[in-house]
Design a protein around this ligand. Structure first.
Ligand code: ZN
Length: 342
């Protein structure tokens, strides 16, 4: 397995070295202005300096903001440039005028593989599923990249969050090697913990991706958040709170706000109205408002229970029974208040 990886790594290195040479050789510096239409924007001495480009192992990066971040929150460019090489023509990219642009990478989705290290690599490289990155559990300092960030990987499947669907189109996927869960004697899922070194690796990788693409906290999610009826990963053992507290990654609620919602919930007839369809409808509406895709049936149906379970995996991992108790409901309300849909 390591041999295969080595070969993949070696060919990637050869490729990147080659493209680096090519890009240096082919760098285009126009001596005379490119033919411009008469309505072209005037170039004056007060014009903004052209953005610098660096070349890191054959991948070109803008070193400064190429657009106006006040007009779009997602335009600071530290991403790579991929452009056409049309036969007989030159694509000029030392000048990049469009301010109307943003990144396609809007989400970061975390998974566990439910497989050991070697099988995780085999499945994610040889079968119909993949992820951009795979974080192993071998204790080394390597992170495997399986898919280019500018391409889609097949990790999310049928999925939705807030107004977005099919998140493979707009997300970066990280698979974490972890064995998932086993069922205990009463059929309850018992999840396998993540070790600290692996969590640190995930945090460093996530931080890097979130920073480069300006991914908002509301879009850093579990696979179970975007596909709650199908998926449990990365499960309740994944330390979302630690990532929030120590690395400012993703969402977490404020304890005091949660407490005030909790006081309110427990002072009312929370238990009595539990099976009241209007209460269930309200719970479903709140879950939907926060981001989950579910039908407002007014019943404690299977998909609602699984959605509550997914919410608990992420935000109330001590108890993931799929029941909307007062604590779960107060956490949900505190999160909605902190992270409203814009
Ligand atoms: Zn997954």
């Amino acid at each position: 397995m390591r041999k295969t990886l080595y070969i993949i790594g070696l060919s990637a290195l050869v490729f990147s070295c080659t493209s680096q040479q090519n890009s240096k050789k082919r760098q285009y510096i126009p001596r005379t202005p490119v033919v411009k239409p008469k309505t072209a924007v005037k170039t004056t001495t007060t014009e903004k300096p052209k953005p610098q480009i660096t070349n890191d192992h054959g991948v070109e990066f803008f070193t400064t903001n190429i657009a106006d971040p006040t007009k779009n929150d997602n335009t600071v460019s530290y991403g790579s440039i991929v452009s056409a090489k049309p036969a007989g023509y030159k694509v000029v990219k030392t000048y990049f005028p469009a301010i109307a642009q943003n990144f396609r990478q809007k989400y970061l989705i975390l998974h566990y593989t439910a497989l050991p290290d070697d099988k995780s690599i085999t499945v994610l490289t040889q079968q119909a599923v993949s992820a951009h990155y795979l974080v192993n559990n071998t204790g080394d300092n390597e992170i495997y990249q399986l898919v280019d960030e500018n391409k889609r990987s097949y990790h999310a499947g049928v999925s939705a969050w807030r107004a977005d669907k099919n998140l493979n189109d707009t997300s970066i996927g990280i698979e974490i090697v972890n064995m998932g869960y086993t069922a205990d004697s009463i059929g309850k899922r018992v999840f396998v913990p993540f070790n600290d070194a692996q969590v640190k690796k995930v945090a460093a990788l996530a931080k890097d991706i979130i920073t480069r693409y300006q991914i908002p906290p509301t879009n850093v999610l579990a696979h179970s958040d975007i596909a709650p009826t199908r998926k449990q990963d990365p499960g309740p053992m994944f330390p979302w709170k630690k990532l929030y507290d120590e690395y400012q990654i993703g969402m977490w609620y404020d304890e005091a706000v949660k407490q005030s919602f909790y006081d309110l919930a427990t002072s009312t007839d929370f238990q009595l109205k539990y099976n009241d369809p209007s209460f269930i409808f309200n719970v479903q509406t709140q879950l939907q408002k926060f981001g989950y895709a579910l039908d407002l049936s007014g019943k404690w149906d299977d998909s609602t229970k699984k959605t509550i379970e997914a919410f608990q995996y992420h935000f109330r991992p001590q108890n993931y029974d799929g029941i909307m108790d007062a604590e779960t409901f107060s956490i949900l309300q505190a999160l909605i208040q902190k992270y409203p849909v814009k």
